[in-house]
Design a protein around this ligand. Sequence first.
Ligand code: G3H
Ligand code: 13P
Ligand code: ZN
Length: 332
Amino acid sequence: MVSYKELGLVNTKEMFAKAVKGGYAIPAFNFNTMEQMQAIVQAAVETKSPVIMQVSKGARKYANPTILRYMAQGAVEYAKELGCANPQIVLHLDHGDSFETCKSCIDSGFSSVMIDGSHFSFEENIKLTKEVVDYAHQYDVTVEAELGVLAGVEDEVSAAESHYTKPEEVIEFATKTGCDSLAISIGTSHGAYKFTREQCTVDPETGKLVPPPLAFDILEAIEQKLPGFPIVLHGSSSVPQDEVDTINKFGGQLPDAVGIPESQLRKAAKSAVCKINIDSDSRLAMTAAIRKHFAEKPGDFDPRQYLTPARENMKKMYIHKIIEVLGSNDKL
Ligand code: G3H
Ligand code: 13P
Ligand code: ZN
């Protein structure tokens, strides 16, 4: 058993309480590679922001769970080396699918886990979430749960359609499970194709798709039921069109990729939404930089040559999100 406290990590409790009160949100960035980890830490240190580094089941499979845990430990030491005396870094399991996966993460040094029972019945979701909460809280590990279903791929669980969270269910769910935060469904979805053409309108000037607004009425109703309770938004990449254009210009094929407008996320961050999940935007930033590099320098074959601009582009994106969208800068 390794406690996250020995690794210099923190759980989400205090971080979320401050974020809800202060009207900002903590960035939750997924990572699979060393370059993503470096870019996240550099961005968090430079902006003096707390940060959640999250690991999906797919990331554990790709990179190896032990390596990812040591990378998170390395992230704390790297932040200190960059001049941040007291970094606030959470190592979080994203979309935990079973008690066993959550337990294995808690036992190996994660400071926070998500148990995603959103595809189960309400009763089964409560039962599974409570089981994880009871175990996690013994070790001061915080637990995120989910009510409502997001469209798109959630790790290996995919849903064609979203089901908005029902505000009338949240009090019973939070009380019976004892979860520390709640992911809700109000119109965000995973991946780079969040809406179909039919769901969008078209901007007459640019020809680009304009997505439908998030269901802020549902968010407000949930906030009224659970005042001050930490709310989480998944599927919150905004799919920057300049990155999509770069990818397409240099040989990629991402037609109609569309995300959540940053203005909507900014509005959500000012509410009880205190954790905003971003993964796809990092993938796009990395891919755009690599495609551009290869197009301009076809003779390069040393990964450091193309991963350096990729890392720089991700860092730029993370800093932009922290300062311009989430407002978590200068909160350490
Ligand atoms: O919610 C999904 C995250 O973007 C993780 O994606 O399962 O492909 O690593 P992944
Ligand atoms: P995006 O695909 O919008 O980046 O969402 C990531 C996410 O919710 C991770 O859990
Ligand atoms: Zn998610």
